[in-house]
Design a protein around this ligand. Structure first.
Ligand code: NAD
Length: 245
């Protein structure tokens, strides 16, 4: 199992911290070469690159890119192709929140969350699909959220983007299955990261059947399952301690 992804090239968006960092490290531990896409913190991204190369003997590179920008994504995938030769695995993990009640939310806050979380995933798929089709092999995992399954008051933009990712996942799964390409989603619940720092006293936490928040490794484990499960496509795997069942 440990080298099951030897020679594969995985692109992880938002791979510099939180869930994306854990996913990058997990895929590297299985032998994949890793292209980390990030938006802000250069040194955090480089730390992930160094950690993966040193500990797992694979090749890792970092790319600063705003996934919501169609042209930047196109150029970044071209660079990754030059550096790595191709792409086999795409993890659409980059995501943001700009919470507020729908009745008071600004147009900018609604649009920006949709642009990063949903259009960002489309942009990435749009510019890697040609490589997958040429390879007759490919695997996409979109990081959705339980908010996309059951909604969450104060997160209409976020929940809409994450529900949209599920529609995107199932459509890509249907479009590209004949080409040997799979597409699945993971729907995490409350996971301990920078994004959930402010949720410590959220009353929803008391409703988690397993009684506690999840770790980034719990999500990374689910992603690695979907990356290696060769007969699974169009699936949405909840990693949520049971909160959305
Ligand atoms: P995080 O804020 O720690 O990390 C987000 C990452 O996305 C960062 O690396 C950041 O650089 C990157 N990013 C943000 N905007 C970007 C852009 N425009 N272009 C490129 N990269 C960009 O968040 P996290 O908690 O690790 O969440 C990762 C994913 O998991 C997100 O999609 C989030 O919605 C989802 N998720 C998280 C939780 C949770 O409880 N933490 C629950 C459900 C879903």
């Amino acid at each position: 199992m440990s080298n099951i992804l030897n020679g594969k090239v995985a692109v992880v968006t938002g791979g510099s911290r939180g869930i994306g960092k854990a996913v990058s490290q997990k895929l590297a531990s299985l032998g994949a070469n890793i292209a980390v896409i990030y938006s802000g913190n250069d040194s955090a991204a480089r730390n992930v690159e160094e950690y993966c190369e040193k500990n797992y003997g694979i090749k890792a590179r970092t790319y600063k890119c705003d996934v919501s920008n169609f042209t930047e994504v196109k150029e970044t995938i071209a660079k990754i192709k030059t550096d790595f030769g191709t792409v086999h695995i795409l993890i659409n993990n980059a995501g943001i929140t700009k919470d507020g009640l729908a009745a008071m939310m600004s147009e900018e806050d609604f649009d920006r969350v949709l642009e990063v979380n949903l259009k960002g995933a489309f942009n990435m798929i749009r510019h890697t699909a040609g490589l997958f089709i040429r390879n007759r092999e490919g695997c996409v995992v979109n990081i959705s959220s339980v908010a996309g399954l059951i909604g969450n008051a104060g997160q209409c933009n976020y929940a809409a983007s994450k529900a949209g990712l599920i529609g995107l996942t199932k459509t890509i799964a249907k479009e590209l299955a004949p080409k040997g390409v799979r597409c699945n989603a993971v729907a995490p619940g409350f996971i301990v990261t920078d994004m959930t720092e402010t949720h410590a006293d959220n009353p929803l936490l008391k409703m988690i059947p397993l009684g506690h928040m999840g770790d980034v490794e719990d999500v990374a484990e689910a992603v690695s399952y979907l990356v290696t499960a060769k007969y699974v496509t169009g699936e949405v795997l909840r990693v949520d301690g049971g909160i959305a069942m």
